[in-house]
Ligand binder design. Structure first.
Ligand SMILES: Nc1ncnc2c1ncn2[C@@H]1O[C@H](COP(=O)(O)OP(=O)(O)OP(=O)(O)O)[C@@H](O)[C@H]1O
Ligand SMILES: [Mg+2]
Length: 202
């Protein structure tokens, strides 16, 4: 069964689009799950809390290992069982987030990220990745103040690199990427994505 991921910088609208798609797919009685890394695995959540704790110093390379660990759990406990039981899986963020954030954003070599992740995810790459492309300043404006503080701490330049990195990934993995303008109305974006999903599911 197909495995779809949604990617894009913070505030690009991933959760918003997934929630619209989820309602549409429910109406159509589609057999699917919509998840977000690290999903509902207790260990994954703990790793994520650690990664997001501003009081804990973690280097970019260490971040790669921790995200990969969280992903290894997510793919084995959630993604693979669902795919094997015939479900479509839609995930907010996956391996491309590491390429974009730790790779293009923080300078960790892409080859290293690829090697670590390939084994972590047992080679389970998405069939389709939708990139919601948006200007970082628009993304930041959209977010609530708590999240905004953390983002502004990283700086706009960081998010420019992440955004450009995502666009480079879309070029490099053209066979599985679709880039959508994230400034369109959420309903319009969701219908573009749904059209693509439907063609994939046929
Ligand atoms: N296409 C859109 N146009 C205008 N506003 C939007 C659009 N999509 C989302 N928003 C608004 O932007 C904010 C962030 O959206 P959302 O949480 O979906 O982003 P996200 O990509 O999931 O972010 P994160 O990476 O933090 O999970 C929300 O307040 C949402 O209502
Ligand atoms: Mg989200």
């Amino acid at each position: 069964m197909p495995f779809f991921t949604l990617e894009g910088i913070d505030g690009s609208g991933k959760s918003t689009v997934i929630s619209i798609i989820q309602k549409e797919l429910e109406k159509r009685n589609a057999n699917f799950i919509a998840v977000r890394e690290p999903g509902s695995t207790g260990i994954g959540e703990k790793i994520r809390d650690m990664l997001l704790d501003p009081n804990v110093f973690i280097s970019p390379v260490e971040e790669v290992y921790l995200y990969a660990t969280s992903r290894a759990i997510f793919v084995r406990r959630i993604v693979l069982p669902a795919l094997n039981s015939g479900k479509i899986v839609i995930s907010e963020r996956y391996v491309d987030s590491s390429f974009a954030y730790q790779g293009y954003g923080k300078g960790v070599p892409l080859k290293f990220i690829y090697e670590i992740n390939k084994t972590a995810i047992s080679g389970v790459f998405p069939n389709l990745t939708v990139l919601l492309d948006i200007d970082p300043s628009t993304g930041i404006k959209r977010l609530e103040s708590k999240k905004k503080d953390r983002l502004e701490l990283e700086g706009l330049n960081f998010y420019e690199r992440v955004r450009d990195g995502y666009l480079k990934l879309a070029e490099r993995f053209r066979y599985r990427y679709m880039v959508v303008d994230g400034t369109k109305e959420p309903g319009e974006i969701a219908s573009i994505v749904l059209d693509k999903l439907e063609r994939f599911m046929q």
